[in-house]
Design a binder for this molecule. Structure first.
Ligand SMILES: [Fe+2]
Length: 286
């Protein structure tokens, strides 16, 4: 099979046709998708209505499944396939959550620039996000190319950050938004982890920044200096020229490489139902 590619953003995002994600991937198609991801770390597929089992099976083709924040939450999922993370803003009875609902904080934290599961070890490699039921306006998802952002840094900054290691913590973003519904035991299940600020993607050999809202400290730097540096880097890394903005249609599937992109949701009407589901792989080499 040969994929049909339409470039959406130079080097960052491409629309992919010529593949049915409901079917098991043949070895050639899998290799073609992997090599496409090495060049364009955001893939967009239209018209792919996946069941949860099909969603999980497609994702599992690329590696073992990452449990994300489920490690810290005892909340029961509505979904029978526990490999798939429910990102719907509705409760167990199907009603839209109140805007101030504590669970909404975790959903709203997705509007801050982040890399999925950067707060875990192993961290995430690929995420596969399915748009199931989306409001007609708002709620776009933006992606920022962290390889291009690294390349564009001044040499002095590259030298300054080249050996720095940042601490990522799952609850830093939630605390910024006023706190979410996690117990002390749940929070203890996800202690902070360390990752170098500059990484290299093995498939492409390209260097990349690895930052985002889960970073709260840099080893060897005072907290204030570290946070100012992280804010400066994030501002640099999310300039418009590095960003692709995805406008959702129902049955879109968007797949991305968390090792070299940041992403964030954009605001939407909190009174409207919005349903997406995500499945993510672990980065075996991390
Ligand atoms: Fe995310």
């Amino acid at each position: 099979m040969s994929l049909q590619l339409k470039v959406l953003h130079p080097e960052l995002a491409v629309e992919v046709g010529g593949v049915d994600l409901r079917q098991p991937l043949g070895g050639d198609t899998l290799a073609e998708l992997q090599s496409t991801l090495a060049r364009y770390p955001v893939l967009v597929f239209h018209g792919q209505k996946l069941s949860d089992d099909e969603h999980a099976a497609f994702t599992r083709s690329f590696g073992p499944i990452d449990a994300g924040l489920l490690l810290a939450s005892k909340r029961k999922t509505r979904l029978t396939n526990t490999d798939v993370i429910d990102l719907a803003n509705i409760d167990a009875d199907g009603k839209v959550l109140e805007a101030g609902n504590a669970r909404n904080v975790s959903l709203l934290a997705n509007q801050l620039w982040h890399s999925d599961s950067s707060f875990k070890s192993p961290r995430a490699q690929y995420s596969v996000l399915c748009g199931v039921d989306l409001p007609g306006d708002g709620g776009d998802t933006e992606f920022a190319d962290q390889r291009a952002a690294y390349d564009a840094l001044p040499d002095a900054m590259k030298a300054r950050i080249g050996s720095l290691v940042a601490e990522h913590w799952a609850f830093h973003s939630r605390n910024m938004l006023g706190g979410a519904d996690f117990t002390p035991e749940g929070m203890a299940a996800l202690p902070p982890v360390d990752w170098p600020i500059v990484d290299t993607i093995p498939e492409s050999g390209r260097k990349t920044l690895f930052i985002g809202v889960h970073t709260r400290a840099i080893h060897g730097l005072p907290t204030a200096e570290a946070r100012l540096l992280l804010m400066d880097l994030l501002e640099h890394a999310t300039q418009r020229q590095f960003v692709y903005r995805h406008v959702w249609r129902n049955d879109d599937v968007v797949m991305w490489d968390n090792r070299c992109t940041l992403h964030r949701g954009r605001p939407y009407d909190l009174t409207k139902r919005r349903e997406l589901r995500r499945c993510t792989t672990e980065y075996a080499a991390a």
